[in-house]
Write a protein that binds this ligand. Structure first.
Ligand code: GLA
Length: 431
């Protein structure tokens, strides 16, 4: 009996504690939200002929202006993030990184002050190896100098890339930069690409990664296309047994940027990306031109109900639970025993297709009753349902139906549960 109790207690500890300790910097308790320049603006340094789209202080100031003015900050988007191609090709006389003087005449500290004055935070980019992916100076040999420089500039987030590094040293490099950031005493959210650069050679150690990073990229860079978004979903589902348990408050799997509001995705596909990034508890870092975005994409990115799923306090990552016909079902456990459910129609042919709601594996939480809210493709309270409800969802090609389900428990204290089966208009009692 004693052994049994010990075993039960152990099982409980395992169940309620996260897979591993998170990086203990108090940041990213829910997935990071913000804007990141890379997918949309790449390494455009030609400010003479393309001043509006080149990587310059103006770009981040203008994004910060729009984020503060047009509801982005209120919706939760907080970090304005610089990616590759910001620095000068040379370090300064004291070995410090410096911003390109022509494109960042005010320097990064001034830019951080500006972004902070808008109630937002600034992110910057560096690389664990000899040089960045685009050939700018890397941090190898300079981890403490660079961490201190970023802290002196009042930077709030570091995206640390993994190009141009011996793969056997990648892990050590990421851990050392994590320690260097911690040593500065400034709260700097640490966004890693550690597993992505290890996967070609070995299985990454997610326990170690979670102890060092606030989020981590696992897979290829996102492109502005549905095939790219789909490949990320496929990779994630295929590896979910290994990566989902690693996610939780303080540390998240990062499937890369949201490309909503650009050129490549249909509206249904944009809804799918938004829904699935919320289900995956992914950082919501948009890469688009906030100064010029279509109202429907803006509304989708600012959809409070989807953001609530993303930012749910339970902090558990969702996963694929079924493939039915041409559909995929993904589910994410939420706080208060609720469940978020995404049903994607993968058939890129024809019109909308019907999906029988009882085919959702998690639908069983509707015993004896549940309350159902549809969030996508449009908001609709679907009311009280039961395990026997005969509803169909209607899902467009490459679109997603997104729902939340709230179980309604029997609070009478007895084990007798009653529900009304509206489809046959009869009362059932189970004992
Ligand atoms: C890598 C990263 C991208 C981006 C570029 C910049 O490809 O995965 O997210 O930062 O480098 O060069």
């Amino acid at each position: 009996v004693k052994m049994y109790i010990v075993a039960c207690a152990l099982a409980l500890v395992v169940l309620i504690s996260p897979a591993a300790d998170a990086l203990d910097n108090g940041l990213a308790l829910t997935p990071t939200m913000g804007w990141l320049h890379w997918e949309r603006f790449l390494c455009n340094t030609d400010c003479d002929s393309d001043p509006d789209n080149c990587i310059s202080e103006r770009l981040y100031m203008q994004m910060a202006d729009v984020m503060a003015k047009e509801g982005w900050r209120e919706a939760g988007y907080e970090y304005v993030c610089i990616d590759d191609c910001w620095p000068s090709h040379q370090r300064d006389a004291r070995g410090r990184l410096q911003a390109d003087p022509k494109r960042f005449p005010g320097g990064i500290k001034k830019l951080a002050d500006y972004v902070h004055s808008k109630g937002l935070k600034l992110g910057i980019y560096a690389d664990v190896g000899k040089s960045t992916c685009a050939g700018y100076p890397g941090s190898l040999g300079y981890y403490e100098t660079d961490a201190q420089t970023f802290a002196d500039w009042d930077v709030d987030l570091l995206k640390f890339d993994g190009c141009n590094m011996d793969w056997t040293l990648v892990g050590e490099g990421y851990v050392n930069m994590s320690k260097a950031l911690n040593k500065t005493g400034r709260s700097i959210l640490y966004s890693c690409e550690w597993p992505l650069y290890e996967w070609h050679f070995k299985k990454p150690n997610y326990t170690a990664i979670r102890e060092a990073c606030n989020h981590w990229r696992n897979f290829d860079d996102v492109f502005d296309s549905w095939s790219s978004v789909k490949s990320i979903l496929d990779w994630t589902a295929f590896h979910q047994d290994m990566i989902v348990p690693a996610a939780g408050p303080g540390g998240w799997n990062d499937p890369d940027m949201l490309v909503i509001g650009n050129f490549g995705l249909s509206h249904a596909q944009q809804e799918s990306q938004m829904a699935l990034w919320a289900i995956m508890a992914a950082p919501l870092l948009v890469s688009n031109d906030l100064r010029d975005i279509c109202p429907r994409s803006k509304e989708l990115l600012q959809n409070r109900r989807i953001i609530d799923i993303s930012q749910d306090a339970l902090g558990r990552q969702g996963y694929r639970t079924a493939k039915v016909d041409t559909f995929e079902v993904w589910e994410r456990p939420l706080s208060k025993n609720r469940l978020a459910i995404a049903v994607i129609n993968m058939l890129e042919l024809g019109g909308s297709r019907r999906f029988f709601i009882q085919a959702i594996p998690g639908w069983k939480i509707c015993e004896p009753q549940c309350n159902v809210t549809q969030i996508l493709p449009q908001y609709q309270e679907m009311g009280v349902q039961t395990p026997r409800s005969k509803i169909h969802l209607s899902v467009n090609p490459s679109g997603t139906a997104l729902l939340t389900i709230t179980p309604i428990r029997d609070f009478t204290g007895s084990h007798k549960v009653q529900w009304e089966d509206t489809s046959v208009r009869r009362k059932h009692t189970i004992l």
